[in-house]
Design a protein around this ligand. Sequence first.
Ligand code: SF4
Length: 365
Amino acid sequence: MVQGAGCGGRRTERRPAPGTPHPAPGPRPPAPGPRHPAPCSICGKTPVTFVRYSGAHLCREHFVDFVRRKVSRELRRQVRLPDGATVAVAVSGGKDSMVALRILHDLLGPRRGIRLVAITVDEGIRGYRPPALKVVARHCRETGIEHRVVSFREAFDLTMDSTRRCWGAATPCTYCGVLRRHCLNRAAREMGADVLATGLNLDDTAQSILMNICRGDVERLARLGPHERVREGLVRRIQPLRQVTDKESFLYATLMGYPVHHSVCPYAADAMRNRFRELVASLEDSSPGTRFCILNSHDALRPSLEEMFPPARLERCPGCGEPSAEGHCAACRLARALKRGAGCRVPGAGNDEGSGTGARRRSAP
Ligand code: SF4
């Protein structure tokens, strides 16, 4: 019999005296009844989730409130939106971008003069992007949100599918990430957006920080969003879901009944991000709260990193007119290399592994 076996407590075990006959097998003890989860830590109702890193059980109502408060606080921390501002949201159709769009719609809708627009990038990936586009377009129509689609074909006269033979040793996300970012910035600027919100959640952010550390790319670490400064030609990027975990985003979208496109990009399997996803998940599993620690460490180092790597002066790319640190921008150089059939790593292109939500595996609730 074991008593007082709580975490860290002392175990005291009573052993039978030597020579005591073995007890005859009696009737089995009754099977334990159904286990009832602890009630909501706030109101005592039936919980829908257990927030492991804080130890709170939350019912539907308090979970929804918990997520919205986190997003609202993060939004206020990242940006001050003046009346009349335009907020663009990059919406792929995955759970995170849908949650970001709808929470921003709910938070900013009552504010007069704030315009919310959704932008979707069509990378030209057959069987993956068209159904996602339909989901976003229908949802925006039903909620009255302005929606614009920009495609790689329109911007660069290529698609991800048509260039797959030219990727060489690089992963597809290396190309796709740069071209996507170019399309989003351009569309947001053309739509008069003051900020561009992405659906990057806490897990994505922790993975990006670790990826850049492991690659030794300290300069990129200094440039990770959310952006605090406005730079000529670049729409400032914000990340309202930065404190929301992958699981919380999934549960929120499910509870709210949002239409979400769940498929995974067929090119996502090659993304290096997959390894960091597993690493971060395993660290979090053994030590709850690790993702917040990674994020907070990066926030603490950010001022020093920005001092070490001040932003380069931007000029206009002679090819497309978008901001560029020097000569043709990374997107123009990549697109040209892909069209020439020369899969290569273009200097300055970085490695934007899986910046789209397609790189994520579907999360379990
Ligand atoms: Fe592009 Fe995302 Fe697919 Fe990578 S996973 S190829 S970034 S859509």
